[in-house]
Design a protein around this ligand. Structure first.
Ligand code: FAD
Ligand code: N01
Length: 542
């Protein structure tokens, strides 16, 4: 064991594992469980002090899932599913963290996890065929397999705003929210109106004295209609669990409640369309965004849905100018991640909530006491950053990953991520990514995608062992073909029209490439299964 060794003392000993897993969110936890079940000596390194990933870090007020709780949960263990009780239609962060802890306890995962340990580098050694991994605790580890379970939304952006260090009051970030914060009676400024900002704003608006919301781009948001979970929902889910789980796996985005419409909006009568839009609005959640098959690909169909939602915003927000500022106008509906809220637009009817449009009056600088826009100074006690993540590639970029011949992943990806199936990278043998770029990932119910990836990786490693093979590597040809396919089908949709984090547009200098695979989780699963069934087509095995 090499624990406790630091620079200047004797060189660290090297610890050997069959597989190293980076990250102890849902992906890393399930990966550990699977590999251990196969008899492998696997070990997880996690930067945080406990399990849970997203739900460990993002403790801001109002943080909750936007997919129905029973759908956003693991399916791999029937017992786990039967013993766990969700209390709300959309589980809050605390309950999701409890769920992660329950899984860690139930499957005795912690004994193979090193917490408070950040992986700084992972280098493939051509000679030995092993990955050499180094941590910020001075450990060196060798492992045949390296699985990156580092998360798609785990590398929080640092504020790219002039004067960010100036503020003398309390500064908070939604992505690293402390437990002991009380905003009651405070004057608060918040920058960012994505899902994190919207959940925070909605929850703190009634408590704080004044709330200044600094909005750069308005977001489409639809009602969650959250409520205590009706026992009948649980009963029905458990009674039909096999069927529902299969539906998730075969679906577009891994959500049964989506009820993805198959008809075309443009072929309906105005009356039928409005009835369907209203029905979905009353049901709540992502289903609002999927009434017809053409709204994601046809601008005219998309506009019908966008206009419907704009009408809803105008109906809720009393001040017409504020309502107008809250209506997105620069991108099609659904091309930035849809927000699912609990009374968001309503808070703008409160006298203490002020919306500032940063397009009209941009931020000039953060000041010691608040923030200055081109129009005036704002003063507050607390400044909240809800400015998002360097998504999909950020957590990987922050590790010095090198493959064959010292090739740096960051260099290979300089013009955008290149992967085969979003699972592997040519030139990086025996390295896997869970929900990597080029897989459905963030366009889906992430738990469904995590399970599929973990199972595929575990099966691949198992098959390698059976055949006494030690190296699996994507070919450059298979990778190039996959990347072309991912881009080609993204271009058949309206997605590329938004400046979204799906495209890296939220990070200055990041190449503009649509990263997730839009083909759907069902289709994608078939592709992955076919690749495996055909002797790992597109890979070289040795
Ligand atoms: P994470 O949960 O991000 O875990 C990755 C872990 O890796 C982290 O704990 C991190 O500390 C660790 N790590 C990263 N780099 C290193 C390193 N170099 N060394 C050591 N450790 C490292 N998805 C949905 O499907 N539905 C939702 O409703 C939903 N809500 C979300 C809400 C928020 C606020 C956010 C941020 C994301 C949400 N997501 C949602 C996406 C969410 O990230 C996934 O659902 C899921 O939790 C991802 O699990 P994961 O294990 O892949 O990654
Ligand atoms: O981040 P975001 P998020 N000056 O990137 C603004 C998941 N999630 O953490 O759009 C001013 O969406 C930025 O403005 P703009 C979900 O997948 C889910 O909220 O770039 N503003 C935007 O408004 C989600 O999509 C839930 O113009 C700046 C905001 O900050 C993903 O995580 C909850 C700025 C960032 O929004 C990320 O969501 C939370 C600047 N310099 C998260 N920089 C659920 O509900 C950024 N902004 C389940």
């Amino acid at each position: 064991d090499s624990k406790g060794t630091d620079a200047g003392k004797a060189p660290a000993k090297t610890t050997k594992y069959d597989a190293v897993i980076v990250g102890a969110g849902f992906a890393g936890m399930y990966m550990l469980h699977r590999l251990r079940g196969m008899g492998l000596n696997a070990h997880v390194f996690e930067a945080g002090s406990d399990v849970g990933g997203t739900w460990f870090w993002n403790r801001y007020p109002g943080a909750r899932v936007d997919i129905e709780s029973q759908e956003y949960s693991f399916s791999f263990s029937k017992d786990l599913e039967e013993e766990w009780q969700w209390t709300e239609r959309y589980a809050p962060q605390g309950e999701l963290l409890d769920y992660a802890n329950h899984i860690a306890d139930r499957f005795d995962l912690r004994r193979d996890i090193s917490f408070n340990t950040r992986v700084e580098s992972a280098r493939y050694d051509d000679q030995s065929g092993l990955w050499r991994i180094m941590t910020d605790q001075g450990e060196t580890i060798e492992a045949r397999y390296c699985v990156m379970a580092t998360g798609c939304l785990s590398a929080a952006k640092t504020p790219d705003i002039p004067g960010a260090g100036n503020f003398k009051g309390e500064t908070l970030s939604t992505a690293t929210w402390p437990d002991d914060t009380d905003l009651t009676g405070k004057r608060v400024g918040i920058i960012g109106t994505g899902s994190s900002g919207i959940q925070t704003i909605t929850t703190i608006a009634p408590q704080v004295e004044e709330l200044y919301v600094f909005q750069r781009t308005p977001n489409y948001s639809v009602p969650a209609h959250n409520r205590p979970l009706d026992p009948s929902v649980r009963e029905d889910w458990l009674a039909n669990r096999e069927d529902y789980r299969q539906q998730q796996r075969e679906s577009g985005i891994g959500i049964v409640a989506l009820e993805a419409g198959e008809d075309l909006a443009l072929e309906q009568s105005e009356e039928d369309r409005q009835r369907e839009f209203e029905r979905r609005w009353a049901k709540g959640g992502f289903c609002v965004g999927a009434p017809y098959a053409d709204t994601g690909v046809d601008p005219a169909a998309n506009k019908l849905l966008a206009d419907f939602v704009a009408g809803k915003i105008r109906g809720i927000v009393k001040d017409p100018h504020t309502a107008d500022l809250l209506i997105p106008k620069t991108y099609p509906f659904g091309t930035k991640r849809l927000v699912v809220d609990t009374g968001y637009f309503e808070v703008y009817n409160q006298d203490n909530v002020h919306l500032i449009d940063l397009n009209e009056t941009p931020i000039e600088t953060i000041t010691e006491t608040g923030l200055r826009t081109s129009e005036r100074d704002y003063e507050f006690d607390t400044l909240i950053y809800a400015i998002g993540f360097d998504a999909m590639t950020g957590a990987l970029d922050r590790i010095d990953i090198r493959g064959r011949d010292g090739l740096k992943l960051k260099d290979k990806w300089a013009a955008g991520p290149l992967t085969y199936l979003g699972l592997t990278v040519s030139g990086f043998p025996n390295m896997f990514m869970i929900t990597g770029p080029g897989s459905p990932s963030v366009l889906s119910n992430m738990i469904v995608s995590i399970e599929q990836h973990v199972d595929w990786i575990a099966d691949c490693i198992h098959d390698m062992g059976e055949r006494q093979l030690t190296v699996v590597e994507a070919t450059p040809e298979a990778e190039a073909e996959w990347v072309a396919h991912v881009n080609e089908i993204a271009d058949t949709t309206l997605y590329p029209q938004a400046n979204s984090w799906y495209l890296g547009a939220n990070v200055p200098g990041k190449p503009r490439v649509f990263m997730p695979y839009v083909g759907g989780v069902g289709v994608y699963r078939e592709v992955c299964d076919e690749v495996a069934a055909n002797g790992y087509k597109g890979f070289t095995l040795s």
